[in-house]
Design a protein around this ligand. Structure first.
Ligand SMILES: Cc1cc2nc3c(=O)[nH]c(=O)nc-3n(C[C@H](O)[C@H](O)[C@H](O)COP(=O)(O)OP(=O)(O)OC[C@H]3O[C@@H](n4cnc5c(N)ncnc54)[C@H](O)[C@@H]3O)c2cc1C
Length: 509
């Protein structure tokens, strides 16, 4: 066991959230010591994990990038371009020296006596158990299991083991795998499937996409006319970033509202784009491209220049909308009796939700059951002091919330210092008494499979704006900066006022 090391703040995870949070902490709380603890050997999180052909963002990088670091490039970026961008942020801001790579956090426990978190980690290189303490825990561990993707459990009963070809989940794709000339079956139809299908189609003998239900696709060229024009006339990159970001956010707010107000019109517009990109005015949408849900209940899958549809029109892609009856030695037999033969099956079946990285949490020796906690705006949790979780947006770019929460958490830390507080936690106000408590998110608001499958693992929400994560960037961009940190929902306490002894700490990072 190593000596206990202490820092003011521990950031869990070196993905886009953790790196952005480290930047904001350095900028807005310059006196604070901190460490970023990351189980992988490198930064990037999602962009380090996913290596399948064509891996790219679904959002534009003017908003998926940070507000403080201009994005210079095409709006939709490859996984490698995102990693390069994050690498620059780390390098330019000296964040690297604070990151402990190869440390898997295995437990976090808070003591209301000392007002400290003890964070246990395994150093993966040698298996050593390492222990840190900190005043504040900033959870940036994402929302899904990086090592174990989601596979429908019934696939085992349906004879997955009988299949004799190669089988892989997209999340675990080995970039050295040679798929040239193979018949590939992709099972799934979300953003991942939309990405891999055109990439596979370039070299594969044929691609089949088997989907249980269709997805909406937004076909567009991967460029920003505004950014290109501003560059052409010599505007500086920080200004271009700010202006294009604003334009994208404005356009997103309009489309989100229109999806609610006039979904049928939006669906027709999405179809018109498909017709234009395929050059087929009679493109047949039923049954494979006609989803049953509203266009914004799940993330719209970006489709650069209609590539998925062009693959279908060119005969490189066959779409089958059906369910799996069973796996065969050569592929899949569907419920309607169709046999699909494939040399390789790629599961694009999504994520396994992981709440707080599935790390066991304790407060004063009591295990935390997250479902018993109620969230404060999707950032903090009742009964869990000195902790915040960065959960981004699903409909807008995730990172918009990273920047916003960076401001919030830093203000909270500065407020604690101004008050001489060693502890802050959220608690119901008198007016919250009897508040209705429900799930983290309602199914008719946003309902991807990984959330719906595991809603019972997530914290719950109240029916007042303070006690829910509303997934509404446009509301939150006004609400979060206006939070009154002296409000009754924030309960501060100090060791000194309780007569508790100051802990003896070894500063490290
Ligand atoms: C393929 C793909 C494409 C996506 N595209 C977009 C997009 O275009 N736009 C968008 O808004 N969102 C997109 N998303 C959602 C995306 O996950 C988030 O936007 C964002 O990258 C999440 O960043 P994060 O840092 O919060 O979490 P992650 O990227 O999940 O990173 C979390 C980090 O925490 C580490 N960690 C977890 N548990 C522990 C532990 N116990 N100990 C130590 N370290 C730990 C992990 O190793 C990881 O590095 C996409 C997701 C995927 C999978």
């Amino acid at each position: 066991m190593n000596a206990v090391s202490h820092v003011d703040v521990i950031i869990v995870g070196a993905g886009i959230s953790g790196i952005g949070s480290a930047y904001h902490l350095q900028q807005q709380c310059p006196g604070k010591s901190y460490a970023v603890i990351e189980m992988k050997d490198s930064f990037g999180g999602t962009w380090e994990t996913h290596k399948y052909p064509g891996v790219r963002s679904d959002s534009d990088l003017y908003t998926f990038g940070y507000r403080f670091k201009p994005w210079i490039g095409k709006p939709i970026a490859t996984g490698q371009q995102i990693l390069d961008y994050l690498g620059e942020v780390i390098e330019e801001n000296g964040i690297g020296e604070h990151i402990f790579y190869g440390h898997r956090i295995t437990g976090c426990s808070f003591s209301r006596d000392t007002d400290l978190w003890t964070v246990q980690a395994t150093r993966l290189a040698d298996g050593a158990e390492v222990s840190f303490t900190c005043n504040f825990l900033w959870m940036c561990q994402g929302y899904y299991d990086h090592e174990m993707p989601y596979l429908p459990p019934e696939w085992q009963e349906r004879g997955l083991a009988d299949y004799r070809g190669d089988f892989v989940h997209a999340q675990l794709w080995d970039p050295d795998y040679d798929y040239a000339g193979k018949r590939i079956l992709v099972i799934g139809s979300g953003a991942t499937a939309a990405t891999v299908v055109p990439a596979f189609a370039e070299q594969a003998a044929h691609v089949t996409m088997l989907q249980r239900s269709p997805t909406y696709f937004f076909c567009k060229e991967n460029n920003s006319e505004l950014a290109d024009r501003l560059r052409e006339v010599g505007i500086d990159e920080p200004t271009i970033h700010r202006v294009v970001r604003q334009q994208v956010m404005y356009d997103m707010s309009v489309i989100t509202q229109r999806c609610i107000d006039e979904p049928d019109v939006v669906v027709e517009e999405l179809r018109e784009l498909v017709r234009a990109y395929t050059g087929k005015p009679d493109f047949e949408f039923e049954p494979h491209f006609a989803p049953k849900y509203r266009p914004w209940q799940q993330r719209l899958a970006f489709c650069p220049e209609g590539d998925v549809f062009r693959c279908a029109v060119e005969g490189k892609l066959t779409v089958v909308t059906d369910t799996i009856d069973h796996f065969t030695q050569k592929g899949v037999r569907t419920s309607s009796g169709k046999d699909i033969e494939a040399d390789m099956i790629v599961a694009a079946t999504g994520f396994k939700l992981s709440v707080m990285g599935d790390i066991p949490f304790m407060v004063d020796g009591e295990a935390i059951d997250w479902h018993e906690c109620v969230t404060y705006r999707g950032m903090m949790f009742t009964g869990v002091p000195n902790m915040a979780w960065v959960m981004g947006y699903f409909r807008a770019s995730w990172t918009l919330r990273v920047d916003m929460m960076g401001d919030f958490v830093c203000s909270l830390l500065n407020q604690m210092d101004a008050k001489g507080a060693s502890r802050v936690e959220v608690a119901f106000r008198p007016e919250d008494a009897g508040m209705e408590i429900g799930p983290w998110i309602e199914a008719d608001n946003f309902n991807p499979g990984y959330l719906m499958r595991d809603l019972g693992k997530l914290p719950r929400a109240g029916n007042r704006p303070e006690w829910r994560h509303n997934q509404d960037y446009w509301a939150e961009k006004e609400q979060i900066p206006a939070i009154n940190l002296d409000g009754e929902e924030f309960v501060y306490s100090s060791r000194a006022s309780r007569g508790a002894k100051e802990p003896d700490l070894a500063e490290t990072a």
